[in-house]
Design a protein around this ligand. Structure first.
Ligand SMILES: *Cc1c(COP(=O)(O)O)cnc(C)c1O
Length: 218
């Protein structure tokens, strides 16, 4: 069930900070998503392709879908006809595939580069070095159907708030660095970090877009 009070309180807090909300609805029902939609929410995130496709077909067509999970190359074609943002781009090859597939359907997709900031081997994303190499060596402004819009990261799953803070601050510094060392003038505006357990820390560290799921439900 949707926790409406929690949703309203979160929206209020985020609007004070001018931070966007991706309501993460993985494993949640169509009826639950519809409740959030009826409250006026339009930005939803899913992390599995098949689940996203099923939901997208059954729900209102003006929803802004964000794909937030690890994206396999052979599945790009299924989501580019309708997604607005892909959060977890982790290679140059994946960007090129999004460019090719999005071009075929005449769409522009906002792409966030995922950086591995956690001290966990299980999380996806590029290392700092891989990110900087990509940034310096490839021309990310040459695409017509891909708009590189910012960075995304996930902190370590831990109770250690200082560790989480330092990981988010690190990502935030990388984001600022790219904005300032940006010869191709790519308009980087999105810093996607923060989930139910750590979104406040992420906002303090400069997040512009949080991805919150479990907090919205009871
Ligand atoms: C599930 C998920 C979230 C939301 O997590 P909650 O703890 O439920 O808020 C955010 N980002 C990604 C990439 C996720 O997979």
């Amino acid at each position: 069930m949707v926790n409406v009070a929690q949703y309203n309180a979160l929206k209020q807090q985020l609007s004070n900070d001018r931070v966007g909300l991706v309501a993460v609805t993985k494993l949640r029902s169509i009826a639950e998503i519809q409740v959030l939609y009826d409250l006026g929410h339009r930005v939803f995130g899913e992390n599995r392709v098949q689940e996203l496709l099923d939901k997208q077909q059954q729900l209102p067509q003006d929803i802004e879908w964000h794909f937030i999970g690890h994206l396999q190359r052979n599945k790009v074609k299924y989501i580019v006809p309708f997604v607005t943002v892909i959060h977890a781009i982790d290679s140059w090859e994946l960007l090129q595939i999004v460019e090719r597939e999005a071009t075929k359907c005449g769409r522009t997709i906002n792409c966030l580069l995922q950086v591995h900031i956690a001290q966990e081997s299980s999380k996806f994303g590029m290392t700092d070095d891989e990110l900087l190499r990509l940034w310096e060596q490839e021309d990310l402004s040459k695409f017509s159907a891909v708009r590189v819009a910012g960075l995304m990261g996930m902190a370590t799953f831990t109770d250690n708030l200082e560790q989480i803070r330092s990981e988010f601050q690190h990502l935030s510094r990388l984001f600022t660095y790219l904005q300032q060392h940006n010869p191709r003038q790519i308009p980087l505006s999105v810093l996607s970090m923060g989930m139910s357990s750590d979104y406040s820390i992420a906002i303090e560290a400069g997040s512009t877009l949080v991805r919150v799921g479990s907090l919205l439900f009871e």
